[in-house]
Design a protein around this ligand. Sequence first.
Ligand SMILES: O=C(O)c1ccccc1NCC(=O)[C@H](O)[C@H](O)COP(=O)(O)O
Length: 275
Amino acid sequence: MNTADGGLAPAVRSILATAAERPGGDERLAVDARSLPDAFADAEADGRIPVIAEVKPTSPTTDGERTDDPVELAEEMVAGGAGALSVLTEPEHFGGSAETLERVRDAVDVPVLRKDFLLREEQLDAVAADLVLLIVRFVGDDLTNLVSAARERGFQPLVEVHDADELSAAIDAGADLIGVNNRDLGALEVDLSTFERVAPEVPDDATLIAESGITTTADARRMREAGADGLLIGSAIMDAEGRGESGDGVEGDGAGGDVRANTRRFTRAGTEGKP
Ligand SMILES: O=C(O)c1ccccc1NCC(=O)[C@H](O)[C@H](O)COP(=O)(O)O
């Protein structure tokens, strides 16, 4: 359901309205970032699929909320083999905070992505992280400046795209970490063929991440076969409803709300790797 007002779903319009109001940090940050490509290489060398597991207490498309300590969740994800973490810092719609990210990053030694809807340079300075997300659809013509501003502070910018035009903008901005979001932020619908359409156009030397909608181990293998170097997985690992997944990819009798087991299921999903 695309809507008026830029074709964005009401929840996304609300997310952007609150993001526009959020202040930046008091001073410019200088970050000593943990390398995402190195973390992915370590996972591959260990026979694990590189997974960025997301600490996502809730969202506009999630039923229920996880109120467990995010640091414990993060440590369980790493114990399940996550090569990196993503932590929501958006407070109003995702239950995140900068403080959560700080605590998680202090507790683990893998790279941590700040997952938020950043619109202005000063918002980069709200909290240290190893990576920051820049969503092409939302930052528009500011993308090149924000990529530079992120790198000047030591962040690795992960540039998120949804179609070929956004990919061109990401490449023009010099992005080397590219995420293809299977979730259409206009309609909030998920379609894994989005990644399959966009991935062939991504330069070989970029690190390519399939984002959103990866629910089963079959989905994970499908994204890897389509060229994903890594997978960003939130809801299926957080699994607030405790549905889990059975061995044959059918929901219902699996690990439920056990984030360590959920993460392991994806990191050990088995694949021939990138073609
Ligand atoms: O997840 C949502 O409901 C959502 C709604 C509106 C804008 C963004 C949204 N998600 C942000 C994300 O990038 C996802 O949390 C992330 O890709 C993980 O997705 P999933 O594995 O499907 O939880």
